[in-house]
Design a protein around this ligand. Structure first.
Ligand code: FAD
Ligand code: SF4
Ligand code: SF4
Length: 461
């Protein structure tokens, strides 16, 4: 029977005053009973509007129907026809702006908790599935994937399932891209990402870490070395800075560096002696998911006052509503309509504060967002011992500057044919943040899947 409750079945969460001192996952996920309860809210709509909001068209009503029947493995099979990383997407997809924004139950109440159900099904599978994965029969072809984020992993997995011998080259010492080095443990446990990677290895994918392509080997060398096609999924890991005075002081981090030191270099574990400042007062500049992750991580490292400094209003913050809500609950202080103008330091070159100016919103710009303008004489100083800059990332230029024939646009994003993901160089494909600029996990995954399809068509000719 349909559950007509207007609100989602709640998902248990750690208390904000407890969780802001630990790195364990914030939400613990649905139990079987909760999942059955939530799945019963789905009306199984014939025209399934929710699917149109999902960038990879997960067959949402079909998988939820199986959850209602209690056949969670069948639900998992249905989801994985479209998404190869459901345990990840169920946790970090901006569902409220995608699938759930189109759900009809959202008209007179809350939408169906599609992300929560996807997470439940994927976690159930990871806990109960048969570990024996059969290696597909070889088709005799060889492909290389550069970068092991969601785009690269999905491309590698899709090709491996078709019998390709796939080698992934990753610059860091650990595979997973932003899923490992960026998104913190309390939002996405690393064990989940590693489980997905171990599945790829069982399919026969060879992952070579500490391999910076463009330095150790070039794309042309890979092509000369017998790789018949190359996929570039190198992401957008080059942090943008503001260009204000004092950005070179000790205690100024890009969010990427701060989060990498915490996640990949394990600063969150007391037994690790990771070089990182453990600030007491910290300002995080920016209003996206990356800024929220950096602010919430700083709290967990022991900071007493953590400020989010954002030059527009809260409605314009690009971070997920859930992340903003969680950050506030945990004690992050929001300084909205505030623009940093100078990082202040002491005689030793260490950060002591951030000078900001208050902003007012003026006329809308070309994109429709109201342009912020400085309020005269409104300068103020936040006393901080660290400043973390989270104002966006750009693609790293290494691959395109070391490979003849790969063209990029003015923002440094690799140019591809949107349907086939072909670059301007024969046999080379690209996708994910390296092509779009900083975007989302599900979009990167969809691009990796599309590229694998095109590579398969190209090599099966
Ligand atoms: P990446 O995940 O960046 O992976 C690229 C990989 O390529 C990296 O491992 C890198 O080391 C490697 N690489 C780069 N250059 C080379 C080279 N020359 N040779 C070899 N390897 C190389 N998205 C969401 O959907 N939801 C969220 O909640 C969310 N939160 C985020 C939080 C943070 C802190 C960050 C930084 C991003 C977040 N995103 C989120 C965005 C999302 O993670 C990215 O859009 C996605 O990871 C892009 O995938 P990708 O595979 O293109 O690149
Ligand atoms: Fe929604 Fe993301 Fe799942 Fe698509 S992949 S159904 S957008 S949670
Ligand atoms: Fe179910 Fe909502 Fe999709 Fe309808 S729109 S099928 S209620 S999830």
């Amino acid at each position: 029977m349909t559950n007509m409750c207007p609100t989602k079945t709640p998902m248990p969460e750690q208390d904000p005053n407890v969780r802001n001192k630990n790195f364990a996952e914030v939400a613990s996920g649905y139990t079987v009973e909760m999942a059955l309860d939530e799945a019963a809210r789905c009306l199984n709509c014939k025209n399934h509007p929710c699917m149109s909001g999902c960038p990879v068209n997960v067959p949402i009503p079909r998988f939820i129907e199986q959850v209602v029947k209690g056949d969670f493995e069948e639900a998992y099979k249905i989801i994985t026809t479209a998404s190869s990383l459901p345990a990840v997407c169920g946790r970090v997809c901006p569902q409220e702006a995608q699938c759930e924004s189109k759900c009809v139950r959202g008209i007179k109440g809350e939408s169906v908790g599609i992300g929560r159900l996807e997470r439940f099904v994927a976690d159930y599978h990871l806990q109960h599935a048969d570990e024996n994965i059969e290696k597909p029969v070889s088709n005799g072809h060889k492909a290389a994937v550069i970068g092991s984020g969601p785009a690269g992993l999905t491309c590698a997995g899709t090709l491996a399932k078709k019998g390709y011998a796939v080698t992934v080259f990753e610059a860091f010492h650990t595979a997973g891209g932003v899923l490992m080095y960026g998104i913190p443990e309390f939002r996405l446990p690393k064990a989940i990402v590693q489980k997905e990677i171990s599945t790829l290895k069982k399919l026969g994918v060879d992952i070579k870490t500490n391999m910076v392509i463009g330095k150790v080997l070039s794309v042309d060398e890979l092509l000369d070395d017998g790789f018949e096609a190359v996929f570039v999924g190198t992401g957008a890991g080059l942090p943008n800075f503001m260009g204000i005075e004092g950005e070179g002081l000790i205690g100024v981090y890009s969010a990427n560096e701060f989060l990498t030191r915490i996640n990949l270099m394990k600063a969150y574990k007391e037994e690790y002696d990771t070089p990182i400042i453990r600030p007491k007062n910290v300002a995080v500049v920016g209003g996206g998911n990356v800024a929220m992750d950096a602010a919430r991580s700083a709290l967990r490292l022991g900071a007493e006052n953590v400020y989010i400094v954002y030059r527009r209003s809260e409605e314009e913050m690009p971070a997920r509503n859930e992340e903003i809500h969680h950050a506030k609950e945990e004690g992050v202080i929001f300084k909205i309509l505030s623009n940093p103008i100078k990082v202040i330091g002491d005689d030793e070159g260490k950060v002591t504060g951030l000078e900001c100016v208050e902003m007012v919103l003026g006329e809308p710009d070309a994109g429709g967002r109201r342009r912020p303008a400085a309020k005269e004489g409104s300068n103020f100083v936040l006393n901080t011992d660290a400043v973390i800059i989270a104002i966006g990332n750009s693609p790293n230029p290494l691959i395109r500057t070391t490979t003849k024939g790969i063209e990029a646009n003015a923002k440094g994003c690799i140019i591809v044919d949107e349907e086939t993901m072909k670059t301007t160089k024969e046999g080379v494909y690209a996708g994910g943040d390296a092509v779009t600029g900083a975007a989302t996990v599900i979009k990167a995954m969809g691009a990796g899947r599309n590229a694998a399809k095109s590579i398969d068509e190209y090599l099966s000719k």
